[in-house]
Design a binder for this molecule. Structure first.
Ligand SMILES: Cc1cc2nc3c(=O)[nH]c(=O)nc-3n(C[C@H](O)[C@H](O)[C@H](O)COP(=O)(O)OP(=O)(O)OC[C@H]3O[C@@H](n4cnc5c(N)ncnc54)[C@H](O)[C@@H]3O)c2cc1C
Ligand SMILES: *[C@@H]1O[C@H](CO)[C@@H](O)[C@H](O)[C@H]1NC(C)=O
Ligand SMILES: *[C@@H]1O[C@H](CO)[C@@H](O)[C@H](O)[C@H]1NC(C)=O
Ligand SMILES: *[C@@H]1O[C@H](CO)[C@@H](O)[C@H](O)[C@H]1NC(C)=O
Ligand SMILES: *[C@@H]1O[C@H](CO)[C@@H](O)[C@H](O)[C@H]1NC(C)=O
Ligand SMILES: *[C@@H]1O[C@H](CO)[C@@H](O)[C@H](O)[C@H]1NC(C)=O
Ligand SMILES: *[C@@H]1O[C@H](CO)[C@@H](O)[C@H](O)[C@H]1NC(C)=O
Length: 581
C-alpha cells in the first residue's frame, strides 16, 4: 500500500512515465510551471514547520525599479552598497536569501547595476526554511520529493561555487542551529578525550571564543565566518593547526544527519560507517543534511608566531629568493607541528602567519634562519617579527585579527586552488617551473597567491591517527595549498569576468601542468573550473563516494556544482535542474 501510494504520488508529480518505453527526462519545477506547488501547498508546508517558511526577497531589490521585486529606494540602495563593500559579512550571513559571493550576487538583481535592470531571483532560492529540528528537515525533504522541487542546503552561504543556492530551489537554512558544547571526556571505540559539538549555524569565530573559555582549541579555518560543521569540514577543512592535528575532516567523531532519503542517523567510524566516511571530506550538500558534528578538541597551550615581510626591491633576486623559499618548505614542517601561511604578489612576499604550536619564538627565528642567510646573500631586505602566545586563540587573534571574523576573509574574490606536491618543490627543475607559472600569474598585478605550508602525512611524528575518510588523497602528498585570487570588482562586472576567464582558461591549466597528478581543494575552486573535477577534487575516492551517494540519495534530491554524482544532472534552457535521458 505504502509503495503503491508513493508510486501514484510520483506519477502525479510527473516524476515517472509508465506509458513510455524509454525513461524520460525529469526536471525540477520552476515557479510558473504547471506542476509548481500551489500557494495552498506552500502554506501547508509553512504550518508543518511552524510558520518558518520565508519567501525570498533579493537584497538588491532596493536598487531596482523593474521586475517582480522592484523596490527602488536610492538611500537604501546606496547604504547597501557601502555595507557590502565595507563589511558585507553581517549583511549576507544574517539572511537566507542572497549568496555571499560577488559573482552569484551580480548575476541578477545586483546591488551595483543600473536601477532599470530587472530584479529577478536568478540563482537565489524561492523559499527558505529556518530549520530548528530534524523534523523540519524531514518535512522539507518529503515536500521537495513529492512536489519535484529543487532542494539546497545553506549554513552561511559563503560557498565560492554557489553550492548553497540554486534557481527555483527550496533552501534548508541551517543558521539557527547554533549550539556549541564542549564534551570534556568523549569516549568511543577509537577515541577518548575532549571533544566539541557544533551546530551548522555556528561560525568558526564564535566556536573559537567559546572553546577558549573552557581551555580548548580545535581544527578550524583561518576565517571566522565559515560554518565548521557545514561545508568546511565536509569538504576537508584546512587550518593553521593541520600539521599538528590533521584536516578538520580527520577530527570528526560523529555526524548527526538527516539523509537525503529522510532518515535521522548518527554516523561514526563504527555506525553507518560508509556515510561517516563520505561526509568526512566527500563534499557538502551531497549525501545528507548535517544537524551537528562532534569533533576532537585539544587542551590549549603555547604557540610561537611570527611574520616575515620581503619587499621586491630587485626582481631577479626576489624570484630567486621565492624559488629558494618553496624549495625549503618541506624543512619547515618536518617536526609535525608547524604551519606557515604567506601571500605573494609581484611587489612583496608577506609571510603573515608562522604558527609553531608548543614552541617559543626562538624556534621561529631558528626556522627561517637558513632562508634569511639566502636573502642576505641576494641583497634583499626583510622584516622578521616573532612573538609568543600562551594559547592558540591568542596567537590566532594576533595573526588574523579580532574575533569573530578575523581579517583573512576574502569574501568577494575570483579564487583558484592548487595542492602543491612535496615532490614538486623538492626537485629543482619542477620547483623552478612552478615558480615561473606564479611569476606569470602575478605579472598582471591584479592577482595575489595565498599559500599555506602544511604536512598531512599520517606518519608525521606527533600527529594523532584518524579514521578512514574521503579526504582527497592529494592532500596527503601536499606541502602546500596555493590559491591565486583577485578581488571582485563591483564597479565592473566585465572586468571581474575577464579576470575569471584568465583564471580558468590560463592559470588553472598552467598550474596543473607543473603539478601533474595532484589536485585542487574542492571548497576553494572557481565555479567555471574546466579541469577534470572528479579526479582533481576527489581522486581515487570518487567511485566509492558515488556508491554512497546512490545509497543515501536514491531520488537524487541533492545536487551541488562539482558534487559527487552531479554530472548525472543537466540544466535545460530555462535553468531547470534535470536528470534522466
Ligand atoms: C572568506 C572565506 C574564508 C575561508 N577560509 C577557509 C579556511 O580557512 N579553510 C578552509 O578549509 N576553507 C575555507 N573557506 C572555504 C570554506 O570551507 C567553504 O566556503 C565552505 O563551503 C563553507 O561552508 P559553509 O557551510 O560555511 O558554507 P555554505 O555556503 O552554507 O555551504 C557550503 C556547502 O556545504 C553545504 N552545506 C552547508 N551546510 C550544510 C549542512 N548543514 N548539511 C549538509 N550540507 C551543508 C552546502 O550545501 C554547500 O554545498 C573559506 C571560504 C571563504 C568564503
Ligand atoms: C509562514 O507563516 C508565518 C506565520 O503565520 C507567516 O508570518 C509567514 O509570512 C509565512 N510565510 C510565507 C512565505 O507565507
Ligand atoms: C530608466 O528608464 C526610464 C524609462 O524608460 C528612463 O526615462 C530613464 O532615463 C532610465 N534611467 C536610466 C538610469 O537608465
Ligand atoms: C639584483 O639581484 C641580482 C641577483 O642577486 C644581482 O646580480 C644584481 O646585481 C641585483 N641588481 C641590483 C640593481 O642590485
Ligand atoms: C625556548 O625553547 C628552547 C627549546 O625548547 C629553550 O631552550 C629556551 O630556553 C626557550 N626560551 C625561552 C625564552 O623560554
Ligand atoms: C617590521 O614589522 C613590524 C610588524 O609589522 C612593524 O611593527 C615594524 O615597524 C617593522 N619594522 C620595520 C623596520 O619596517
Ligand atoms: C569603485 O568605485 C568607487 C566609487 O566610485 C571607488 O571608491 C572604488 O575605489 C572603486 N573600486 C574599484 C575596485 O575600482
Amino acid at each position: 500500500m505504502v509503495v503503491l501510494g508513493s508510486l501514484l504520488l510520483l506519477v502525479a508529480a510527473g516524476l515517472v512515465s509508465i506509458a513510455s518505453a524509454k525513461p524520460t527526462q525529469t526536471c525540477r519545477y520552476l515557479p510558473g510551471d504547471a506542476g509548481w506547488p500551489s500557494s495552498r501547498e506552500w502554506q501547508a508546508l509553512n504550518r508543518t514547520v511552524s510558520g518558518r517558511l520565508i519567501a525570498t526577497v533579493p537584497l538588491g531589490s532596493v536598487c531596482h525599479n523593474k521586475g517582480q521585486f522592484a523596490a527602488f529606494d536610492e538611500g537604501k540602495c546606496s547604504a547597501l552598497r557601502t555595507e557590502i563593500v565595507e563589511a558585507g559579512q553581517k549583511t549576507f550571513q544574517s539572511q537566507p536569501n542572497d549568496p555571499m559571493n560577488g559573482y552569484f550576487e551580480t548575476l541578477t538583481c545586483s546591488p551595483f547595476t543600473g536601477s532599470n535592470e530587472t530584479c529577478e531571483l536568478g540563482e537565489r532560492p524561492v523559499y527558505s526554511i529556518a530549520v530548528k529540528s530534524a523534523a523540519d528537515v524531514q518535512a522539507v525533504i518529503k515536500f521537495a520529493r513529492e512536489n519535484n522541487v529543487r532542494l539546497v542546503v545553506r549554513s552561511t552561504g559563503i560557498d565560492y561555487m554557489g553550492k548553497s543556492t540554486g534557481k527555483g530551489s527550496l533552501s534548508l537554512w541551517m543558521w539557527n542551529l547554533n549550539t556549541i558544547e564542549i564534551i570534556p571526556s568523549y569516549k568511543s571505540h577509537s577515541y577518548s578525550g575532549p571533544a566539541i559539538k557544533l551546530g551548522p549555524g555556528v561560525i568558526a569565530g564564535d566556536a573559537y571564543a567559546f572553546a577558549a573559555t573552557k581551555g580548548y582549541r580545535f581544527v578550524g579555518p583561518e576565517c571566522g565566518l565559515v560554518s565548521v560543521a557545514g561545508g568546511y569540514t565536509q569538504g576537508g577543512g584546512h587550518s593553521q593547526l593541520s600539521t599538528a592535528y590533521g584536516l578538520a575532516a580527520d577530527q570528526v567523531l560523529e555526524w548527526e544527519v538527516v539523509t537525503a532519503s529522510g532518515e535521522h542517523l548518527i554516523a561514526t567510524p563504527e555506525k553507518n560507517s560508509d556515510l561517516y566516511w563520505a561526509l568526512s571530506g566527500g563534499g557538502g550538500g551531497t549525501y545528507g543534511v548535517i544537524l551537528s558534528m562532534t569533533a576532537k578538541a585539544y587542551k590549549e597551550g603555547p604557540v610561537a608566531g611570527g611574520t616575515l615581510l620581503i619587499p621586491n626591491t630587485n626582481d631577479t633576486a626576489y624570484w630567486e629568493a621565492l624559488k629558494i623559499w618553496f624549495h625549503q618548505t618541506p624543512s619547515f614542517v618536518t617536526n609535525g607541528k608547524n604551519n606557515v601561511q604567506f601571500a605573494i604578489t609581484r611587489d612583496a612576499f608577506l609571510g603573515f602567519s608562522l604558527t609553531l604550536p608548543e614552541q617559543n619564538s626562538s624556534a621561529v627565528s631558528a626556522l627561517v634562519a637558513p632562508f634569511l642567510r639566502d636573502l642576505d646573500r641576494l641583497g634583499l631586505t626583510y622584516n622578521l617579527t616573532t612573538f609568543d602566545s600562551p594559547s592558540y586563540i591568542e596567537h590566532f587573534i594576533k595573526s588574523y585579527g579580532p574575533l569573530p571574523y578575523g581579517a583573512l576573509c576574502p569574501l568577494y574574490v575570483n579564487l583558484g586552488s592548487r595542492l602543491i606536491p612535496r615532490s614538486v618543490v623538492l626537485d629543482t627543475t619542477s620547483n623552478s617551473a612552478l615558480l615561473d607559472v606564479y611569476r606569470t600569474i602575478l605579472s598582471s598585478g591584479d592577482f595575489t597567491i595565498g599559500c599555506s605550508i602544511l604536512n598531512l602525512t599520517p606518519s608525521s611524528p606527533s600527529k594523532p591517527a584518524h579514521p578512514a575518510n574521503a579526504v582527497n588523497p592529494a592532500w596527503r602528498n601536499a606541502i602546500a595549498y596555493c590559491n591565486p585570487q583577485s578581488p571582485w570588482d563591483w564597479n565592473s562586472t566585465a572586468n571581474s569576468l575577464e579576470t575569471k576567464r584568465r583564471l580558468v582558461d590560463e592559470y588553472y591549466p598552467a598550474l596543473e601542468k607543473v603539478t601533474h597528478g595532484s589536485g585542487v581543494y574542492l571548497n576553494e575552486v572557481d565555479p567555471w573550473y574546466k579541469g577534470d573535477w572528479k579526479q582533481n577534487m576527489y581522486g581515487a575516492n570518487y567511485g566509492r563516494l558515488l556508491a554512497v551517494k546512490k545509497r543515501y540519495d536514491p531520488d537524487r534530491l541533492m545536487y551541488v556544482k562539482f558534487g559527487v554524482g552531479s554530472d548525472e544532472f543537466k540544466f535545460d534552457t530555462k535553468g531547470r535542474l534535470c536528470f534522466g535521458a
